[in-house]
Write a protein that binds this ligand. Structure first.
Ligand code: NAP
Length: 560
């Protein structure tokens, strides 16, 4: 289904021949790298711009002690090339950051990606030129480049949350941020007095890793989170061989699942109320013993029924009490007031045990809030903590943050920042109306945040590449998500979320609550990956009817 040029933009008059590149991609993390590879396979010219000095995105920046993926590496890896997945050996069930970064570099080398990536370059603005029908991209050098297609692959967690504590510059010790850990030197923490602010996934990984090497460790916790044991282990060669023998089937199975996780998980499609209390606890125990996200798929109503979720919360609370010796510390580490899964479940390796050490001290910021950073350490309402090293593990302006960090304007000069000042409407999380030929990897409205993101980003890259290929084959110059289709998708995202516990957690970063002033909406499609793929495949099969499409012919006709 195509529309005339006038439906999309009456002033447009030429098919863009004058762009520097066919495609410009922002970011060379796992999304951007695969998108680049896909676009090249279409025979298009492409340039990716990357803020860092190397590939890897998240795994480039977050090189803090203990950084490690919380998804099984055998599925937290690309599945698009059987040779790649056969030749790569993961050393552990859950790979640590250095190994993940080696993998990203291996992929970049193997497919010679670097020749089309410009590193140390930040894209600051992107504007659609209605007249020429191309995107004009501004770089931090002040230079502009242009392209027919503009793809944001800037990640979900790439803009650090601003530290809102006064006095940061006055600190005379060593100051670090987990999301921008030094890359040019080793950070020596042994024998020092160290403070860690933040107890999300990054904070707990730092704490459990450095507890035994530092002299004294002060953990500044505002909100305790739920954490499940990881039970990481060296790769079992027999297991790895079995997976490799069936890798395509494993990959296909991940796309059939709602979370895109390891196909070996054992979901039970039963209500928590269909089993006895003894069976319920036994099932929780079985999954606790296996470790990782398995426990989230124990029953099918854990995310729709708060009372069902509360059984799991109580199970976790009991485990904390059993592990942490000091009852007061155990109590402070025990989450109340939010559900499991409405914030990312943390996957730990000895986090709770760390608090049984004499040199580890939990500081409860709910009873003594941080007032300022001082030259010697951190001051709270009640105490001064003298520190040699202060580490902030305070998170990110997630999901929309990286997209809105670039000043993007679409048709008629409409600003994305303005358009998304309320609910960030997108179509399928990959496009947004009024921004023709702009595509988003893992944007708001995608299921990515609740899934194994590698599986979802591979699907997005393939879907976007297929749409571009369709355009090239059919002489279509511009596509733009139809506003009414986008409205329908936004309403669907909201109504699906309303059936679950997710929007009810008013403190969750997933609704933007961690960033002061950020509009609070659940921005993820909670219906799951498999359901999403079914919908998005249908859109492609029907010829992308949900997009306004403008052909070369209609442009020629408009010219006459
Ligand atoms: P996060 O989950 O947003 O946690 C930030 C922590 O900092 C929270 O404990 C927060 O407390 C605290 N905080 C923020 N501002 C503060 C302030 N001014 N004073 C005191 N405390 C403050 O960030 P993250 O741990 O970096 O994780 C971000 C995302 O990355 C998560 O989705 C996570 O799952 C993912 N991640 C995954 C892995 C993995 O795969 N293993 C590892 C790391 C991160 P409040 O909760 O009270 O705001």
């Amino acid at each position: 289904m195509t529309d005339t040029i006038n439906d999309l933009n009456p002033s447009a008059s030429v098919r863009p021949k004058n762009a520097d590149f066919d495609v410009i991609i922002v970011g060379a993390g796992f999304s951007g790298m695969y998108m680049l590879h896909k676009v090249r396979s279409l025979g298009l010219s492409v340039r990716a711009f990357e803020r860092g000095s190397g590939v890897g995105g998240t795994w480039y920046w977050n090189s803090y002690p203990g950084a490690r993926v919380d998804t099984h590496s055998i599925v937290y890896s690309y599945g698009f090339d059987d040779e790649l997945q056969q030749e790569w050996e993961w050393s552990e069930t859950y790979a640590a950051q250095p190994e993940l970064l080696r993998y990203a570099n291996h992929v970049a080398d193997r497919y010679d990606l670097r020749r089309d990536i410009q590193f140390d370059t930040t894209v600051t603005a992107a504007a659609f030129d209605d007249e020429a029908g191309i995107w004009r991209i501004t770089l931090d050098s002040g230079k502009t480049v242009s392209a027919r297609y503009y793809i944001m692959a800037s990640g979900i967690l790439s803009v650090p949350k601003k530290i809102d504590v006064p006095g940061l510059d006055s600190f005379r010790g060593e100051l670090y941020f987990t999301n921008n850990w030094p890359k040019d030197r080793d950070v020596e923490l042994a024998g020092k007095r160290v403070g860690v602010v933040g107890t999300g996934s990054s904070g707990i990984q730092v704490v459990q890793t450095i507890a035994s090497t530092v002299d004294e460790l002060f953990v500044f916790q505002r909100t305790p989170n739920f954490a499940v044991p990881m039970r990481n282990a060296p790769t079992d060669p027999e297991r790895a061989a079995a997976v490799k023998a069936n890798y395509p089937a494993f990959r296909a199975a991940t796309r059939q699942k709602s979370d895109g996780q390891f196909a070996d998980h054992f979901p039970i499609n039963e209500s928590i109320y269909s089993v006895t209390p003894e069976q319920r606890e036994a099932e929780f125990e079985r999954r606790w013993a296996v470790g990782g996200f398995n426990i989230l798929s124990t029953f099918n109503d854990l995310f729709s029924d708060p009372a069902a979720n509360e059984y799991l919360c109580e199970f976790f609370r009991r485990k904390i009490r059993e592990t942490v010796h000091d009852p007061r510390t155990a109590d402070l580490l025990t989450p109340h007031g939010h559900t499991i899964g409405s914030r990312r479940l943390m996957v730990e390796m000895g986090y709770y045990e760390a608090f049984n050490r004499d040199n580890v001290h939990l500081v409860d910021l709910r009873s003594e809030a941080i007032t300022e950073v001082t030259p010697n350490g951190l001051a709270t309402e009640k105490n001064q903590y003298d520190l040699d090293v202060l580490i902030f593990a305070t998170g990110f302006d997630g999901e929309t943050g990286p997209l809105l960090a670039v000043d993007i304007t679409g048709t008629g000069g409409v600003s994305l920042r303005e358009k998304w000042s309320g609910f960030p409407k997108s179509y399928l999380g990959v496009a947004t109306s009024g921004f023709p030929n702009m595509f988003i990897m893992v944007g708001p409205g995608s299921p990515a945040v609740l899934t194994n993101v590698i599986v979802t980003l591979e699907y997005h890259a393939e879907w976007i590449a297929n749409l571009i290929s369709y355009m090239e084959t059919n002489g279509i110059d511009r596509v733009d998500a139809k506003a009414d289709e986008e409205d329908r998708w936004a309403a669907f995202v909201i109504s699906e979320a309303d059936k679950t516990i997710f929007p009810k957690d008013t403190g969750s970063g997933w609704i933007g609550a961690n960033i002061p002033g950020k509009p609070r909406y659940i921005k993820v499609y909670v219906g799951g990956l498999h359901s999403y793929i079914t919908i998005a495949d249908g859109v492609a099969a029907r010829g992308y009817e949900e997009f306004t499409q403008v052909t070369t012919e209609s442009i020629a006709a408009a010219r006459k």
